[in-house]
Each structure stands twice: as C-alpha cells, then as structure tokens.
Design a protein around this ligand. Sequence first.
Ligand code: NAD
Length: 426
Amino acid sequence: MGDLMPELSRELDTPTFRLVVAQFEQAAERLGLDVSLRERLKLPQRALIVSVPIRMDDGSVKVFAGYRVQHDTALGPSKGGVRFHPEVNLGEVAALAMWMTWKCALVGLPYGGAKGGVRVAPEKLSRAELQRLTRRYTAEIAPLIGPEKDIPAPDVGTNAQVMAWIMDTYSQQVGYAVPGVVTGKPLAVGGSLGREDATGRGVANVIVEAMRHLSLELAGATVVVQGFGNVGMHTARILHEMGATVIAVSDSQGGVYNPRGLDIPVLCSLYQSRVRPLEECGVGTVITNEELLQLACTILVPAALSEQITAQNADTIRCRILAEGANGPTTLEADKILEDKGVFMIPDILANSGGVIVSYFEWVQDVQKYFWNEQDIRARLHDILTAAFWRTLEFAKARKVSMRMAALMSGIDKIAQAHLARGLYP
Ligand code: NAD
C-alpha cells in the first residue's frame, strides 16, 4: 500500500481496500504506469473523517463516525454515493471512491471518484433521527462538497429522501437552492426521470450485450440475484420484463427460490411497500445466501455488498455470465477461478455504471436548468453503456486480458493521461 502516509495506510488496510489496490497494481503494471503516478493513484487525494453527534428521540445524544473520501479530481468534480451501514469504515469508503474514479473514466464522464458513509444501522433509527443524522453529516462534510467540487448520490442504506435532506442542508448554508449538489434526488427538487432504476437498467443493458456476444437468448435464460435493494430489484424486474426467468433473489436475511421462475411483480410490490424480509413473503422456497450463489443459472447478479464471491466459494458458482451489480463482489482469487471455469464476467465498474451515468444526466439538467424526457434519458444511457461494453470487449481481445482487466486498464489509462497532460502543480 506504500509507506507514504503510514497512519493513513494503517486506517485504510481493510479487505476492500486491499482488493482495489491489488486490482490497480495489476492494471498499472500492464499499462507500464509511471511509478510516481502509481504512488499517487493508490491513495485518496483527500479523506475527511467526521464525528456526527445527533439527538436521539429519547433525548440522549449519540455520536456516529462519518467519512467522505475524494480519490481523484483530475477530470472534474468528484462523484460518488453515500453509504449508511454499520460496517462502513475508511478503507471501504476509500476503495469505493477509487472504483468510482475508474468507472467514470471508463464510461467517459467528466468526473473523478468519491464516496462517503456513516457507520450506522439506518433501519434502527426513526425517520426524525435519520433526518438529523443526514443533516449533521452534510454540515460536517460541507467544506468538501458542491456542484463543482464533489457530488454525493445514494448507495447502500440511503435513498432519494436522504438526498433531498442533503440538498436542503447544503442549500440552507449557502442561502439558495442548489439542486446540483447531489443526484438521486426526488423529482420535486430537481431529480431526473430514470434515475431510480438507472443502475438496474444499466446492468440489464450490458447483460443483453453480453448475451448477444455469446449468441445466447434472454428467453429461456435463468437469472439469480443476490441483494434485492435498489440495484438488485430493478435488475430482476427489467430482466423479467425482457423475458428472462428470475429463479432466485435474496436480501441480507436469506433468499427465495423457484426453479420455474419467481413472481417478480409481486416481490417488487412487497419490496416497495417495505414488507421484509424476503423469506417471509411467502413466494418460493426459502434458501440461504450461500445456497443462492451456488444455483445453476445463465446469469448471476451479485447486487449486495463486496467480497461475496471468494476463493472459498468461487468453485461452486454455476453461471455462464456474472454481472457485478454490487461494487467489488468478487475477490482477485475468485476472478482467476471463474475465468478458468469459462464464466463471462461483466465487471462492476462497467456493469453498475448506469447509476452514475444517469446521475451525470441529472447534474447536467440541474446545472443547465433544462430537463429531459425519460425516453431521451434511456436512449442516451443505452448508447453510452453499449459503446462502453463493446469497447471494453475489443480492448480485452486486443490486449489478451480479462474483461475486468480491460475495464480497469481503460479507466486508469484515461486518468493517467489527464494527470500527465495537466502536469504536476506547482
Ligand atoms: P440497497 O441498500 O438498496 O440494497 C442492498 C440489498 O442487499 C438489500 O436487499 C440488502 O438486504 C441486501 N444485502 C445486504 N447484505 C447482504 C448480504 N450479506 N447478502 C445478501 N444480501 C444482502 O443498496 P443498493 O443501492 O442496491 O446497492 C447494492 C450494491 O450496488 C452496493 O454494492 C452498491 O455500492 C452498488 N451500487 C449501487 C448503485 C446505486 O445507484 N444505488 C450504483 C452502483 C453500484
């Protein structure tokens, strides 16, 4: 990880950060990247740790740890989600920020990467507590964010309402409405049509291209989705609407399975009305998350958290296409095992980039104060993703590397070129 900043390196030294750095080092080696640039790019540009004290409904005060990390800003403002989860830590946030940099560069957005988070279980807070937490966290990271500086978005445990509170808190501080400070907002405050399901739509979009490449048909294809949240639910819904058979889905408590296909519209409406957990929905046979990952299927979509497919279980994975809805769901050791098994991998920074692409559209609309219709948004999303998929596949073939390596190398090379062109300040 480098001895440049020993204290920071110790804090960052977590499994997710080790994974992102190992991926970076492999790609940088293949690109022959300048050594000093490697030192710079494997650490964040800025990392802020904040205390977030809030008054609980019972009158007591609790303090939560919060983070905002900007990995790189060479191409423009940094962009990345805010995660509310009890296991959030600096290493995870820094890793997710680095993936955001490569993702934005890969699909051609004028952004660098960032990420933020609060170590909290949001489901244990009342709505009023969640609002106070969001507002205080926003006030603490306010020096870093802004429509020209760093633009948060939803991630695990946050949603459009949380984004509206961030937008309001920031706007109160500057004295006028600034919709462009966050994306993934409700339509009522400058959100974009098509943002809610953009990540899932993007996952489905690149799966369609991969099926075309492999000469497979969606009709008759079976789909397994781990994580039935924003990304997983919309991916399952859209693939179901396209004619695929979704045979299993799960949340953090476990999953449900039906080899003839689950009733996805019913599961989606249960999800939207917040009836949880899935295993209590009375749809399909109850299975564990471990069993779910081992089901034979055409398409497996991990859409929960990182490091779900590891050296321990990669050998038991039985899919033709692995489309990474989540960030970092597969470890490097598992990558190798899956490659040897002939699994076609659509790596996270390509597969789940639909979210940040439509976030970019939202920001452009906010800044220009001119809003597009949903048809335009879907068409532009489709064009960007389809082009990125085929570019990555061509790169992989030309350089004889995996799809993951091709995606990483393309993104990293763009950032390296930007740094070299701008030169070193001062
Ligand atoms: P979410 O909070 O809406 O949903 C997460 C889902 O995963 C929930 O159903 C939860 O119960 C489930 N889950 C949690 N732990 C699990 C476990 N151990 N096993 C199985 N399921 C588990 O979050 P989301 O926004 O859908 O994000 C999911 C993943 O996609 C994350 O890795 C996130 O970084 C990534 N992602 C999200 C977006 C976005 O636009 N929301 C964009 C790109 C990538």
